[in-house]
Design a protein around this ligand. Sequence first.
Ligand code: ADP
Length: 357
Amino acid sequence: MGLLNRRRETDGASPELDDARAETDRLRLELDRARSTLDGLPIGVVVVDADGAVVSRNRSASFGRGHSEVLISEAIDRQVRQALDGRESTAAVELFGPPKRVVQVRATPQADGGAYVVVEDISERARLDAVRTDFVANISHELKTPVGALAVLAEALSEETDLAVVHRLAGKMVDEAHRAATSIDDLLELSRIELGGSAVRDPVDVRQALREAVIRSLAAAEQRDIRIDLDEPVEPITVLGDRRQLVSAISNLIDNAVKYSEPGSDVYVSTTREQSRDHAWVGMQVRDRGIGIPAKDLDRIFERFYRVDRARSRDTGGTGLGLAIVRHVATNHEGDVQVTSIEGEGSTFTLRIPVAP
Ligand code: ADP
């Protein structure tokens, strides 16, 4: 029936012509689809013929006359010239913004003598590369320092005959070995939390988690003559998540409060409740009256390896990973971690997690 109708429309034309028209329609449709797909891509694509004339460009490659866009267009021209000589070529264009961006321009020769160019914003990849390089450098430094110290101490020890000095050197070796072990433990914990993500969603009793975290930090607190005051919530509070991660985060906050307080002072652990439009939150709060954190450092203390004062943190045996762990745990639980602090007066850290519905 359909076929008969179509015959009537084309009225006397040959079946071959009908087929050719149908094929043209199909090709047009395919071309439209390819064009709209190219336009939808977040990367720019430019196609040039063998003379370097632009045959087509998608929406992401339609540049205006802004300074950055002119720099990208110039990079495209340079890479195209190389591709027309038969060489694939890539360049990274650094745009100083703001915001700062890195754009990659890659030109590839085509069989017909022309070329195509792909323009991609690789800012995030470049940032992650820099973070990874930093991370590796930091780990090497973190592990090399105590291992180097161990070697020096062992050498001194091997030539020492005075028993008192032998004891002192051996004590220092134990400290350095502990320092290396702590760094390794923290690194393993951080990578476990990063890799483990937010898969576990068990009901966790907040009171229980707080108690466990306090118990973990008791020995360190006793050593510095610091009292941990735990103010438990009256009613049970349940959150969904990974108990181990939550305990580890709270315990890191308590350990810091202990480390950065004067001997003889108190650390307070308590909870707060908050209700936003569609969420109930519990804040697990750790407050100290310690040395505090300068305002300029508050934004950065959650970065891996960041320390307000390297020398001071080294004395306290810090690795600079504790707060990075806390922030990861918060993110894994759709929560956050906040800090308020006044230098010389103390700090309050709050780990906020949504309460189980
Ligand atoms: P660290 O192992 O050095 O303690 P963290 O990641 O736990 O590393 O903390 C990063 C830095 O933030 C610390 O080096 C310290 O300078 C600062 N800091 C963290 N908690 C406190 C606190 N309660 N009081 C003062 N400074 C703190």
